[in-house]
Design a protein around this ligand. Structure first.
Ligand code: HEM
Length: 352
């Protein structure tokens, strides 16, 4: 029974990773709110360790000094890759920060989260900065080339749909604007900067966070829609194919340009299986619904196969649609709640 439940949770996680991560992190933030408030520095240090593990070897490599790559440690590698891709940590944290500003502050749960909003902002910054560092170096130059040397880019032979490639590359270039917006907002979350600024100036600055939320939606949606319109053409070398060091046993080469569902390739890497959809392929049912001989787990021959959630094969395309629906749901409901709160606040002010 417990196994079935865990299987189900894992299945939901592969199906809707963003919503699941959002649920788990919200719960954790609520449970740990007291501790986060009390030991904020310890949390910052814990969150900055993976950042250092990504940034230091990366900067050393840029300077020509080859350093040990922590990504090569199997479990550590998957944690760092998740950290860089922000989908399960940085992004849900930003969503929580965004949402608490749109909800009723008198609600006890919202109150708890509002009490640690500043700490959550600071915590979210470490994975976001790691993501930006890697993405600016690996994706930005080529994305810019799409606009500055369009013919040369198209001649690369990887583009199956120019509109899709354009949307993806626009989203990547937009990432740099987001970084420029995010950095001052993040720095001003620290108390010592906030105090120096004074509350009036600080509040004015914080209004830029709405622009960040809007660009975040365009960035995330653009990556998904662009990847959907311009799916990766297999086997052709791509100018932005990057090697995000995977465990030594499974060197993972991932296309960083138009992969729309980061989770898909990540999970294959995470499982050390290298190839696309490595996570599910091993247990995929054959056409007639039964498992193939090759896919049957060792040691279970002759026994009745029990069905599990892992047997459900969901195509990357379906996962992408679910991800897009999640983004629409999250940002659409945020917009509705934020506008409703603005109206209520305005009505209250008028009544006073
Ligand atoms: C403050 C800065 C940034 C934020 C908050 C941010 C946020 C995000 C988020 C939330 C996703 C996941 C989208 C999804 O799952 O649907 C993502 C993906 C992506 N972003 Fe950014 N991003 C930032 C900067 C950048 C920059 C500067 C680039 C450079 C080109 C970039 C390139 C990418 C790429 C290639 C992906 C897809 C692969 C991956 O998940 O890592 N981002 N970004």
């Amino acid at each position: 029974m417990i196994k079935l439940l865990l299987d189900f949770i894992q299945f939901l996680y592969t199906l809707a990773p963003l919503l699941m991560a959002l649920g788990v992190l919200t719960l954790l933030a609520l449970l740990l709110s007291g501790s986060i408030k009390k030991h904020a520095t310890a949390y910052y240090i814990a969150m900055s360790i993976p950042f250092a593990m990504v940034a230091i070897p990366f900067v050393c490599r840029l300077l020509g000094v080859e350093m040990f790559n922590f990504n090569r440690i199997p479990l550590m590698g998957s944690i760092l890759r998740d950290y860089i891709h922000v989908g399960t940590l940085g992004f849900p944290l930003l969503i929580i920060i965004m949402y608490v500003g749109a909800l009723n502050p008198k609600n006890p749960y919202v109150k708890k989260l509002l009490g640690i909003r500043k700490e959550l902002s600071i915590l979210s910054g470490f994975p976001i900065l790691a993501h930006s560092l890697i993405r600016v170096a690996h994706n930005f130059p080529n994305a810019l080339r799409f606009f500055t040397d369009h013919e040369g880019y198209m001649a690369g032979g990887r583009v199956t749909n120019a509109l899709g490639a354009g949307i993806s590359n626009f989203s990547f270039v937009l990432g740099v604007l987001m970084l420029a917006l995010f950095l001052p907002l993040w720095v001003t979350s620290f108390d010592f900067v906030r105090k120096r600024m004074g509350s009036v100036r600080w509040k004015k600055w914080q209004r830029w966070s709405y622009v960040l939320y809007a660009t975040l939606f365009i960035h995330a949606m653009g990556i998904q829609v662009g990847g959907m319109l311009n799916p990766m053409r297999r086997g052709t070398p791509h100018p932005t194919v990057e090697v995000i060091a995977a465990p030594a046993s499974a060197p993972a080469v991932r296309n960083a340009d138009n992969q729309g569902s980061p989770q898909r390739t990540e999970r294959s890497e995470r499982n050390g299986e290298g190839g696309e959809r490595g996570d599910r392929r091993a247990v995929q049912p054959a056409d007639n619904g039964n498992r193939t001989e090759a896919a049957r787990p060792a040691g279970r021959e002759g026994h009745q196969q029990s069905w599990g959630f892992a047997d459900i094969n969901v195509s990357p395309q379906a996962k992408r649609y679910i991800h897009i629906a999640s983004l629409l749901l999250i940002f659409g409901s945020y917009l509705y709640l934020r506008l409703r709160k603005a109206k209520q606040d305005a009505a209250k002010k008028q009544a006073e």
